[in-house]
Design a protein around this ligand. Sequence first.
Ligand SMILES: Cc1cc2nc3c(=O)[nH]c(=O)nc-3n(C[C@H](O)[C@H](O)[C@H](O)COP(=O)(O)OP(=O)(O)OC[C@H]3O[C@@H](n4cnc5c(N)ncnc54)[C@H](O)[C@@H]3O)c2cc1C
Length: 361
Amino acid sequence: MTNPDAVATRPAFEWLGPCPLSNTLRLPAEAVRLLALNDVSESTLRTPDVAEWLADPATRVVGGGSNVVFVTPRVPQAVRIDAADWRVTRSGDDWVDLSVEAGLGLDALVRETAARGWFGLEALAEIPGTVGAAPMQNVGAYGTEIADVTRWVEVWDRRERRIECLAPADCEFRYRGSRFKREAGRWMILRVGLRLATRAPGDWPPVGYPGVGEAVGEWSRRTGRAPAAITPGEYAEVITTIRRAKLPDWRSGWPGSAGSFFHNPVVSVETAERLARRWPEMPRFPVADGMKIPAGWLIEAAGLKGHRDGPVGVSSRHALVLEHHGGASGEVFQRFAEFVRRRVREETGIDLAIEPECVTL
Ligand SMILES: Cc1cc2nc3c(=O)[nH]c(=O)nc-3n(C[C@H](O)[C@H](O)[C@H](O)COP(=O)(O)OP(=O)(O)OC[C@H]3O[C@@H](n4cnc5c(N)ncnc54)[C@H](O)[C@@H]3O)c2cc1C
């Protein structure tokens, strides 16, 4: 996936800047000074000016920019991992262990492993961002989370200035969260160890998620093959088709987006019942600590699906997605997000929490 000749000629690290910071919202952003790491070995990270840069709390770790809102267009200090190799470290009768460097695109890894017939990542097809950022919010889709296949996460402890290898239990993975997110600023994720299956699991293919069963059924009718015969690569394509129908293209063009913009709120049973008296059709799902309500549904109930305000708006296909149509500053975008929150609060009494990190430095 990376060109070995290019790797051989690249320096272990480079100082760049000012340089643009790509982000899927396509807001204007640049790093005044950026450290690009082509190598994440201990000797590189211990180089004195590199170690100093990483230890400075003002240095921001940047990835693919698919889960950030650059409210400010200028980031004074940043570090980005460009090291993007992966390799098989061990294998058994029906599994394979991989070590993946943080700079590799998650979607590229999904495609590569699914094409080899390995099971475990295929439901994460078409999610933007890097492998290094994936454990941060425990990326997940269609019933799969990166935590499900993670064996270890190798990190640079910016405070203690040393490499550590954390077992899954130490990562404190939870829904859209982890210890890395909770202790933001302390860890830079260097490599992720994954175990994938080389034989189909017993419940293959996973079709429990709304829309996936129908799409796999449609694939089966079109190809004349049984659903169980679908390969991980073909399953990844099915997921890709579903996602492209409702999400903006994160690779290029307009509108820009950060995917789902708000967390699905969990409210008390009493609150859910109060809302259900007004909206009997409101979807709601019992969870351990109350009732989960889809944030997109609440935005729609507030009358904002498809609402446009100049360069920014709410998607008409998926109300949980806020869009940037070009020409907005980060501040304009943030004001619009606050407007959506306020309208939902006024209409339903529920306070939505923003999922991406807002960079306001
Ligand atoms: C169209 C679209 C669809 C999406 N769909 C999904 C989805 O289905 N499921 C889902 O979970 N997410 C989804 N997302 C969100 C996003 O793809 C993920 O959060 C992704 O993991 C972000 O990766 P990134 O490299 O772009 O991180 P960035 O946006 O660059 O950074 C996100 C955070 O991670 C930190 N970070 C980045 N790299 C590292 C590192 N190596 N070490 C430590 N910290 C780091 C940054 O400092 C920042 O706090 C979607 C986004 C978009 C735009």
